[in-house]
Design a protein around this ligand. Structure first.
Ligand SMILES: O=C(CO)[C@@H](O)[C@H](O)COP(=O)(O)O
Length: 223
């Protein structure tokens, strides 16, 4: 599938989210980080704000990344709102298969996220329950951190597992993705790239989105 750039609004002006999203029309999706100050040491926004964004951006692909405890309880509500993709964390779920099925039954793509320390291998048995795997390449909680090079092997192994599954499952990489790192991330096998500070700290955020896409496509026009 074609490479996709999903800017994370965590590093945007959160008080002007509507306007910030309108600055990046070349994005394939908008990555929205929901944090509860328990699963991660940061608090951002939740269901009411995502509902407003849904209403104001009917055509956008909303890619919600839940960094919250009790994911099984809360995740389906984001699918009910009509978010195209809902990621919850394996570490915050007691029933990942049931939650993924619920999300899919509500018409959204189900995605599973992994902290840097969580191995990918145990997911092999249930990977076909998901439409996307999100590999965190920084410790979740904050934008602007350095990409963890040690995660490249994990991305490669994830690509192998996805290939062996015979399904088209997207591999999203989140954390420290920029013009300096995206090529190696694409080489390793990712096809959905979250970039926060690289996009929103750029003078021209939309030009940055296009540049990241070109760099990824030059390495691999989809896996
Ligand atoms: O989920 C997170 C952080 O926990 C990310 O989505 C960040 O928002 C990415 O920001 P950059 O590392 O690209 O600045």
């Amino acid at each position: 599938m074609a490479n996709r750039i999903h800017p994370s609004v965590l590093n945007a002006n959160l008080a002007s989210l509507d306007g910030e999203i309108r600055r990046i029309p070349s994005s394939a999706g908008i990555h929205i980080d929901v944090m509860d100050n328990h699963f991660v040491p940061n608090l951002t926004l939740g269901l009411p704000v995502v509902e407003c964004l849904r209403n104001n951006h009917r055509d956008a692909f909303l890619d919600v990344h839940l960094m919250i405890e009790n994911a099984d309880v809360h995740a389906p509500a984001y699918a009910e709102l009509g978010c195209e993709s809902v990621t919850f964390h394996l570490e915050a779920s007691h029933a990942p298969i049931r939650t993924a099925r619920q999300i899919r039954s509500l018409g959204s793509r189900a995605s599973i996220g992994l902290r840097p320390q969580t191995p990918i291998e145990p997911l092999g048995d249930i990977i076909t329950e998901f439409d996307m795997v999100l590999i965190m390449t920084v410790d979740p909680g904050f934008g602007g951190q350095k990409f963890l090079d040690g995660m490249l092997g994990k991305i490669r192994r994830t690509r192998e597992i996805v290939k062996n599954s015979g399904q088209e499952i997207w591999i999203q990489v989140d954390g420290g993705v920029s013009e300096s790192t995206i090529e190696q991330v694409a080489d390793a096998g990712a096809d959905v790239f979250v970039a926060g500070s690289a996009v929103f700290r750029a003078d021209d955020p939309d030009a940055m989105v296009r540049s990241l896409k070109d760099l990824a496509d030059a390495r691999c026009a989809g896996h």
